[in-house]
Design a protein around this ligand. Sequence first.
Ligand code: TRP
Ligand code: SF4
Length: 325
Amino acid sequence: MKTVFSGMRPTGKLHLGHLVGALHNWVGFQATHQCFYSIVDWHALMGEYAQSGAIVPNIFDMAADWIACGIDPERSVIFIQSDVPEHLELQMVLACITPLGWLERNPTYKEQLREITSRDLQTYAFLGYPVLQAADILLYKANAVPIGEDQLPHLELTREISRRFNFLYKKEVFSDCEAILTPTPRLLGLDGRKMSKSYGNTINLADSPEEIQAKVKGMVTDPKRLRLKDVGHPDECNVFSYYRTFLAAREISVRAWCEGAGKGCTDCKKELADGIIETLRPIREKRVKLLAERGYLEDVLKKGAERARVKAMATIREVREAVFR
Ligand code: TRP
Ligand code: SF4
């Protein structure tokens, strides 16, 4: 069976973007692949080292969200990165063979240094972010890595680093891994910008029905549709793209009433909010239940780490043999 690896940083609440952009995809892989899904707390620490106290609560929140969304701890290996020390061991080996120029040229790195001004990211570890990510993937010899587009440069670096490893130590320890992008078109935030916690434009998996109604009510609609009798342009309306993702069965009727000026945007958004609330209801109920059972989550993560370590230790043995032979 082929192997999937992916990770998420425990830096805050999961939102609809995570659900349709990543988790749906992750759930699907469980039928065909051995899946390793890691809560990458070392990667979180690279950005959040000055507010590290939130990482542990975020880890449990994330584990509950994943399971509530359908990641099955029996089938998938769910674990905390820092519970498997081999990640850091492989990172060290890979750090030794990674030329500084590859990291300094990384577009994701340059963009983050430019855009994130709330934290000082000019650190030694942060430059090496993709080296740890490569170690995550290579430790499990993953064939497929579901990621967002912004992570493509990191996958390319992973391949370059693994080839360099095989070349230097004259052994095919690692093979190439493939990035898998989400098939669904990406969902924008409530304000039409990229959906992101830092923009405050998300609907979170933990949001209450009241919060969801209020958030959807505030969404920007087709700017050309000012009055009820104006015809609307659903393809230019962010609300409509949410229908596509969450209430696809209503797409045709909503298009008809919008283009025919049948109903107003307020009603349109109210119905959308109801649909999102119904989609999230089972997830929300399950996550609340899981969070109340801290012992169960601890157990899942502990067992996950044990299973992950079996594979991780085998790879590290091979790596040591190749390097120190
Ligand atoms: N860098 C990824 C992100 O921010 C998270 C991540 C860490 C990851 N290690 C990984 C993703 C390994 C895929 C594979 O989204
Ligand atoms: Fe958008 Fe709905 Fe208003 Fe049409 S009716 S412009 S789809 S909010």
